[in-house]
Design a protein around this ligand. Structure first.
Ligand SMILES: Cc1cc2nc3c(=O)[nH]c(=O)nc-3n(C[C@H](O)[C@H](O)[C@H](O)COP(=O)(O)OP(=O)(O)OC[C@H]3O[C@@H](n4cnc5c(N)ncnc54)[C@H](O)[C@@H]3O)c2cc1C
Length: 442
């Protein structure tokens, strides 16, 4: 096949994918409007999956099986009133892909509901009876924006009139200082923890116009990463770690060093106008049912206690930052130094000593290499057999969607469309592929 024929074939396949996806969406909208589970079900394979992120169910919901999906969609449609399903222009176009071993047409679409604007993904494959009709084996629906609370971004950005050339009045910096002080008002939301999760949610809430205060117990935003061990760089690639609205610069390395990330968090919080009190620990709170708000107690940097009364609390205090030392028999009699990885900085100063590392996760391997390169006699101990995987190409398979390129939102949408049973299948299929790729090395 010459280049022209190949281009023509690709064009025809793309046009066919577009027709199939658009036709399916039209039929889906009509079936949904009828709220008839039989009509809705007729558009799905028996073994199909639906992932809803807030759009229909106000929850993170996964439903498996044609009948369950059809009945739930019909029931939720009464309140959701989803309509206007159409392919999303300017995003990844409908295309032929192989997902979980199934040759599929994958398409990204948009719709509206009574509450807001949604986006979603379908994967279609031919019906098994061979009549040529395309049926969905996956649909995802995600709420992207709320009517009347659209994010103030792009064309909707603020004019800045409130603080521009405000002669004789406050300028932007004065207003930021006052806003962050909460001297005469209460935040609507209190976020506990100013790392990835806390900063991301605060940035989003700011754009929705929700008054949000973040508290961070450490002295500086980003310290949660700065205080981790000296040699640390992220283990997953840069694509998986962007925060909303402001991607890392394209000049940045694929694997971000920990201090670079910590510094970015500090810069990000400032750029996003996030109100954050550092050196401030959330120590407890109670719900006041009369006032319909929390009484949240904070221990401030100067040792004083302050109470704030937000309507909502968000716990973004992390899962990986709490050291867990197992109670191993004989540990209390050990005469050497015992350290959790959380307290490890570097192998410097340990030269010539013996080190035993219990566990073989990412931190253990990084720390073992660091100790070894500082001349420490290092042994790793683990319970089970070793899983050996090459970083490139095998480990990268898990990030293949982001490596494909294209808009970040599309990659995120594709990945977040997977339901738990599909995630398990995907890992099983990736593991098989890794074994093939790494056969020689293993
Ligand atoms: C050594 C190591 C390497 C890692 N490498 C990676 C990686 O490469 N890629 C990856 O995706 N993930 C990695 N992780 C996991 C990583 O911790 C999480 O992905 C990420 O930090 C989670 O962000 P978070 O905002 O949920 O929580 P955290 O980063 O844990 O942040 C929680 C924040 O809450 C603050 N806080 C806690 N309690 C309070 C309180 N009572 N009051 C006020 N503030 C409080 C903490 O000080 C902290 O700043 C790694 C973890 C470790 C330990």
């Amino acid at each position: 096949m010459d280049d022209f024929d190949q281009s023509l074939q690709e064009f025809q396949l793309a046009a066919q994918a577009r027709r199939s996806a658009a036709g399916w969406l039209d039929a889906f909208e009509a079936a949904l409007a009828s709220r008839d589970p039989t009509r809705i079900g007729a558009l799905f394979h028996a073994d199909s999956h639906w992932r809803d992120i807030l759009a229909f169910t106000w929850h993170l919901t996964s439903v498996a099986g044609r009948d369950s999906i059809a009945v739930r969609l019909a029931a939720e449609q009464a309140r959701t009133a989803a309509q206007g399903f159409h392919l999303l222009e300017g995003r990844k176009p409908p295309r032929q892909v192989k997902r979980l071993g199934v040759d599929s047409i994958e398409a990204i679409f948009e719709f509206t509901t009574a509450d807001g604007r949604g986006a979603g993904l379908i994967r279609l494959s031919p019906a098994p009876d061979g009549d040529g009709a395309m049926k969905a084996w996956l649909i995802s629906t995600t709420l992207e924006a709320l009517h009347g609370h659209e994010e103030r971004i792009g064309a909707n950005r603020p004019t800045g009139a409130a603080y521009s050339r405000n002669f004789g009045g406050d300028n932007w910096a004065d207003m930021r200082r006052k806003a962050a002080a909460y001297a005469d008002r209460e935040p609507a939301v209190l976020v506990i923890g100013a790392a990835q999760a806390g900063l991301s949610i605060a940035a989003r809430l700011n754009q929705l116009g929700v008054d949000t205060l973040v508290v961070e117990q450490l002295p500086r935003i980003g310290d949660s990463w700065r205080k981790r061990y000296h040699s640390l760089a992220l283990h997953n690639s840069i694509h998986l770690n962007h925060l909303p609205y402001m991607e890392f610069p394209p000049t940045w390395p694929k694997y971000i060093p920990k201090d670079m990330l910590g510094n970015w968090f500090e810069f990000y919080a400032d750029a996003m106008g996030i109100n954050c009190w550092t050196g401030t620990e959330f120590v407890g709170g109670t719900w006041d049912d009369t006032a319909k708000c929390w009484t949240a107690r904070l221990k401030c940097a100067d040792g004083s206690e302050r109470v704030v009364r937000p309507r909502h609390l968000v716990f973004a205090n992390g899962v990986s930052s709490y050291p867990m030392v197992p109670d191993l028999p004989g540990l209390e009699d050990f005469k050497g130094q015992i350290l959790h990885s959380e307290g490890f900085d570097s192998g410097a100063g340990w030269e010539g000593k013996n080190a035993l590392i219990l566990g073989t996760g990412s931190s253990a391997n990084d720390i073992a290499l660091d100790l070894h390169s500082h001349g420490v006699n290092t042994t790793l101990v683990q319970r089970g057999s070793t899983t050996v995987v090459s970083i490139d190409p095998s480990a990268r398979l898990n990030e293949a969607i982001w490596d494909e390129g294209g808009p970040l939102e599309d990659c995120d949408l594709i990945v977040s469309s997977a339901t738990p049973p599909l995630i398990i299948k995907a890992y099983q299929s990736v593991t098989k592929r890794m074994l093939e790729l790494d056969r020689e090395m293993i």
